[in-house]
Ligand binder design. Structure first.
Ligand code: SF4
Ligand code: SF4
Length: 97
């Protein structure tokens, strides 16, 4: 029988928080736009957003806080149903409150 390694490293889990880096929408040159008609509510985008800015509406669809979304587009990368479009924006400008 194999013994468990005693020098296994334990890493802390840090939960991201919206707004810790300020109004991050000012940085971005693109923003995500959701297409609910393609969304299966799988939560992949919610789980992977590094800034924790995707919440759920009362019907279980994701809603992006465009004020703090930094436009990294990881949500689009992980969406298995192509339910997130990429919209070009100007830095320091547009956001949907
Ligand atoms: S682009 Fe998507 S993953 Fe990146 S911060 Fe905005 S909502 Fe989160
Ligand atoms: S990853 Fe795509 S399909 Fe899944 S909840 Fe997000 S938008 Fe909807």
């Amino acid at each position: 029988m194999k013994e468990k390694s005693s020098n296994r490293k334990i890493h802390p889990i840090v939960r991201p928080m919206a707004g810790v880096a300020g109004r991050t929408s000012e940085w971005r040159t693109q923003r995500p736009e959701l297409k609910n008609e393609l969304c299966t509510k799988c939560m992949m985008c919610v789980i992977h957003c590094p800034d924790d800015v995707i919440n759920l509406d009362t019907n279980g669809f994701p809603v992006i806080d465009q004020y703090y979304c930094k436009g990294c587009m990881i949500c689009q990368e992980v969406c298995p149903h192509s339910a997130i479009d990429e919209i070009e924006t100007l830095p320091g400008g547009e956001f949907d409150a």
